[in-house]
Design a protein around this ligand. Structure first.
Ligand code: NDP
Length: 850
């Protein structure tokens, strides 16, 4: 084995032993006092993880040994303890994995409707959440990062990526990469280059996937990088062969197990472990259509040359040497926290780390002094201890590289400083280190160290800060700290970096595109832009091939108990009340009305809401509006997706209701319920995308940033259509709340029962009380109250016959309500139109200047 594991020497001391206090003040600067108190150890138990002695490769849905039986050890960098033996994939294994991915692409995954793919991704996201602690512990063991980070950052963000891209899988025609675009989405730049910037704007068709994606990832965020690669590739219909880094294979293998648990068809995801040679074999394999690589610029350039002329699409996320720029008006304590987070998060093993601190000369001494004080409080040690801030360096090779560069910094004349800190004897450790007196020509200011080492430089004017910040071949990220908003935007315009953080640092979100300028690579991961790396605009005339039946290998539909012989007993009848503010009150008037089935038999008595009930429902919706619209878009999406899960659990009951109420056959009722749940899933994926599709950056004249964002309209009254009772209700309600509004629903007068069952589902979900309120009763009594209500902002009259809408529209004019009504083919795929009808566009002007 030639990889870096081979270099890891064994030491004589037992794990946990600590070495004597390590060097501290090499520059002769006074040391700070350190923490006033210490923390008792709070180790996370590793019992939750069972690590196998050996791991195979994951190809075609199964784990198996490498063809030539080769293995390598993966070890815990904090203790040098071997964790497991892992298979080394050779050329024959790469062949096998690519063939499995090709079959899965052609037979199952490529032709599968996006809505079906979405559900697999949602399942993966859920299992990641359910097994979150296990993943976090395993990541910290194999990588050396503090459990606080793996638990609070890596694992939740990985799940969030699968959630986010699950929601895109059935909306690709709205992503602006060729396809239907009824919402003014920008269409890209026309044509798809090998850099993955797809464009073209055909209408009415989804763009097409590329095929088999070969994905090579590094060791600094092993699970998260796997999620960044897999989620958009799978959402867009590609299949994947993933090569994790040699030193951190275990969470990728656990993720492979999650794919099995999610029922993902065999071959859709394949995981090949091994060293750089495995990565190289994958990159050079002729059966791969697209390469996505994250790692060093050096290897990125090598891959770029290897791929040249092959027609393979390529995206590269490479190194960085980011400037974190602190102006003299910045709040110093906040900036210091940002500097610490920028360079010491994940031991500085971060491609976008703020490794060059550019601080305005007048405050440089103060900032460096406060920084030293703060560093003295950081705790370095056992990555599984919940108090640990700085964990282990990932490998002996990486530690050697950091040591060599730090020594070069000293030799070139910079002053080196570290806080007092004990390094454990075993494992790979490097103390947080700050270099002052750094010149731009020093290696520590030019080269990516990928460790907890900060170089401090100074500047006098904003122009000088920009010139120094941009004085690097890299361009991945930058930070700006100042109180002045216009200066932030002035800097943001001039910094040559793919991500600019203002008064914050190292923030990531699946909805936010991430990627580099210049030698930091090309292509974007995350957000709507992240889809482009895996899609090509569909040539004119080529239709989306969607099979009529479920594709081979797809999970069978859940069996429904409908049709099974019912036991002869008298059922307990349910009371159908109203749903207001999260509770189920009877009608204030004490009235109800009989609901009969298709055969005329009495099904139930439903509450007949009064004018007072309608007003109470509006008050409840208003009270909930701030909480719902103020929740993060991601959160709202999660909450709505959870509703879909609960609906699935009630599918049989909904189908029974529809059989009785609408006189449908069992099969037709099941179909309607399935369509309603799928529609709910479709809308659940929108909250964190609507701003990307409907928002815009507007190119106005003058020194201004001008951008538009959609905002919810407020309280929306919805008159639900009579039939199909559940699908119609979901089709009008889900878009209203997905867009961030709260709703007062007037249920179908003839078929109100599914709306109350839906309310019961909502009541047991995480949807806050008052976000949805359901009134049963007579639409002729309730709709005018809502149309005329001064605290209702919009009304959907889809459930009112066309002839009856005029009077309601007149009432709605009283407070300039938005009125929407569209007679729909409920079986047709939905679009964003119903959400956009209940959003407002806010445009913001912000001056740009120094
Ligand atoms: P590499 O770029 O070598 O590794 C990244 C991934 O590529 C790993 O999975 C690696 O496999 C694989 N790989 C290596 N060589 C090839 C090849 N010829 N063809 C295809 N795949 C290949 O990074 P290192 O781990 O060696 O780290 C070296 C330096 O790179 C670090 O010190 C740091 O400066 C920088 N780096 C930057 C990252 C970033 O995100 N910007 C991430 C990681 C490193 P294997 O690990 O098995 O060798």
């Amino acid at each position: 084995m030639t990889g870096k594991r081979a270099n890891r020497g064994q030491s004589a001391r037992p794990p946990g032993d600590v070495a004597p206090a390590q060097s501290t003040d090499l520059a002769g600067a006074p040391l700070s006092a350190g923490p006033a108190w210490d923390y008792a150890p709070a180790p996370e138990s590793r019992d939750i993880v069972s690590i196998a002695a050996e791991y195979g490769l994951f190809t075609g849905g199964e784990f198996g040994p490498a063809a030539d039986g080769r293995q390598f050890p993966t070890i815990n960098p904090a203790t040098e303890e071997p964790l497991a033996l892992v298979a080394v994939a050779g050329p024959a294994d790469v062949d096998r994995a690519v063939a499995a991915a090709r079959h899965a692409y052609e037979d199952v995954w490529g032709p599968m409707p996006g809505a079906e793919r979405a559900k697999y991704l949602y399942r993966i996201a859920r299992i990641l959440q359910e097994r979150a602690r296990e993943f976090a512990v395993l990541e910290s063991l194999d990588n050396g990062k503090p459990i606080r980070e793996s638990r609070d950052v890596d694992v939740p963000l990985a799940a969030a990526h699968f959630f986010y891209y699950a929601g895109w899988a059935d909306k690709l025609e709205y992503a602006g990469i060729g396809g239907a675009s009824g919402v003014g989405v920008t269409g890209g730049n026309g044509g798809a280059g090998r850099t993955g910037v797809a464009g073209g704007a055909g209408r009415g068709m989804a763009p097409r996937p590329l095929g088999v994606a070969g994905q090579v990832i590094p060791w600094n965020f092993p699970l998260l990088m796997a999620a960044w690669k897999l989620a958009p590739a799978l959402a867009t219909g590609n299949t994947c062969v993933l090569k994790p880094a040699e030193t951190t294979p275990l969470t990728a293998l656990l993720l492979a197990e999650v794919c099995q648990q999610a029922g993902l068809p065999p071959g859709v995801v394949n995981v090949l472990t091994g060293a750089g040679r495995t990565g190289s074999a994958l990159v050079n394999h002729p059966g791969v259509d697209k390469i996505a690589f994250t790692g060093s610029t050096e290897v990125g350039k090598e891959i770029s040359r290897a791929v040249a002329g092959t027609g393979k699409r390529l995206t590269l996320e490479l190194g960085g040497k980011a400037a974190n720029v602190v102006f003299d008006d910045a709040p110093v304590d906040q900036a210091v926290e940002g500097i610490v987070n920028g360079i010491f998060f994940n031991q500085g093993h971060v491609c976008c780390a703020g490794s060059r601190l550019l601080v305005q000369e007048s405050v440089a001494d103060t900032v460096v002094e406060r920084l030293r004080d703060r560093l003295a409080t950081l705790r370095l040690g056992d990555p599984l201890d919940k108090n640990t801030d700085i964990g282990a360096i990932n490998s002996r090779e990486q530690l050697d590289k950091i040591n060599a560069l730090a020594a070069a910094g000293q030799a070139e004349g910079a002053q080196r400083w570290s806080p007092p800190c004990q390094l454990p004897e075993r494992g790979y450790w490097f103390p947080p280190t700050v270099f002052t007196g750094v010149s731009q020509s020093y290696r520590i200011a030019r080269e990516e160290i990928f460790g907890p080492v900060l170089s401090v430089l100074t500047f006098r004017t904003p122009e000088e800060a920009v010139a120094k910040a941009n004085n690097t071949p890299y361009g991945l990220s930058a930070g700006v700290w100042t109180e002045k908003g216009s200066r932030i935007l002035w800097m943001a315009q001039r910094l040559r970096a793919g991500v600019v953080w203002a008064n914050t640092y190292n923030r990531f979100d699946p909805a936010s595109p991430f990627g580099g300028y210049r030698e930091s690579g090309f292509g974007r991961e995350g957000g709507r832009h992240g889809l482009a790396a895996y899609l090509a605009a569909r040539p004119a005339g080529q239709q989306t091939a969607q099979p009529e039946t479920a594709p081979a290998g797809a999970a069978p539909p859940d069996q429904s108990p409908l049709g099974a012989a019912q036991p002869a007993r008298l059922g307990v009848r349910k009371t159908y009340k109203l749903f207001i503010g999260g509770s189920f009150p009877r009608s204030e008037s004490g009235r109800s009305y009989p609901v009969t089935g298709a055969d005329g038999a009495l099904l139930a008595h439903a509450a007949r809401a009064s004018r007072k009930d309608a007003r109470d429902a509006v008050a409840a919706a208003r009270a909930a509006a701030g909480k719902w619209s103020g929740a993060t878009a991601y959160n709202r999406g999660q909450v709505l997706y959870r509703v879909a899960e609960l609906l699935e659990g009630r599918a049989a009951q909904f189908a029974c209701d529809s059989v009785n109420a609408e006189g449908l056959s069992a099969a037709a009722a099941q179909q309607q319920v399935a369509a309603a749940i799928d529609r709910w899933v479709w809308y659940a994926g929108w909250p964190d995308k609507i701003a990307q599709v409907a928002g815009a950056a507007n190119p106005v004249a003058g020194p201004y940033f001008n951008f538009s964002v959609p905002e919810p309209t407020g309280v929306v009254a919805v008159v639900a259509p009579a039939r199909p009772s559940l699908l119609g209700l979901v089709s009008v309600l889900a878009p209203v709340i997905a867009a961030g509004n709260t709703a007062v629903v007037v249920a179908s007068e003839a078929h109100p029962l599914p709306s109350i069952t839906l309310a019961e589902v909502l009541a047991t979900s995480d949807v806050p009380g008052g976000v949805v309120n359901v009134l049963t009763g007579f639409a002729a009594e309730l709709a005018p109250v809502l149309a005329g209500h001064m605290d209702v902002n919009a009304i959907d009259l889809t459930g009112v016959a066309a002839g009856g809408r005029g009077e309601l529209e007149r009432l709605a004019a009283g407070n300039v309500k938005r009125v929407f009504a569209a007679d729909e083919d409920w079986a047709a795929p939905p679009g964003p139109r119903r959400m956009l009808a209940f959003t407002e566009t806010k445009t913001v002007w912000h001056p740009v200047g120094i």
